[in-house]
Design a protein. Sequence first.
Length: 224
Amino acid sequence: MIRLDGLLKAREAVVVERDAQLVRAHDHVKHLEGLLAKREPLLAERERIVEERDAQLREIVARAERLEALALERGTLVADRDALLETANAHVRHLEELCAFREKLVVERDETIAARDGMIAFREKLVAERDEAIVARDATIAARDQALAKAADEQAAAERRIAKARADDVQARKQIAELEAECGRLDRALEAQERIIAYRQSLRWWFGLPWVRAKLAWKRLSGA
């Protein structure tokens, strides 16, 4: 009886310890619930960031498309200017041929000095016009090269912004996946704790506890 009394006291101590563990588990559950409540605003903030990044990405893609259309338009304009320059060059060559023909006539009609002077003046005028056309062509080519370089710089900057936006989006999605995995693990832990707490609080547990204690005591007495 003394031994049984000691065993009962030991079992009561175990029950007290289990009750304390149950209280600690309940406090831990409350702590986990508080963590989940704190994680919900973080998830909402992450979703808002992802939506903002998607909007920025769409805006950058639209801007890149506009830049590509502008580059195509500039290419067409440059081709048109090149065609005009070719026409001007052909006209200049025609004028040069005319000047050569006029000079030949001046040599053949050397006796007409006044006509020769007029032809020389006419030739100098044509040469001046040709020089002006050449200067205008060079200016057009320089403007075309500058416009193409500017369009290439803008396109490169747009591509860098698109790459950065995609990297930020991948990082945000990765963080959201980690948060979702953590929340899932916490949910499973909460469900396990709730099942244990529900079983410990049921009448079946309390009714079966004396029988379990007596059975353990009988095993120990039989072993002794």
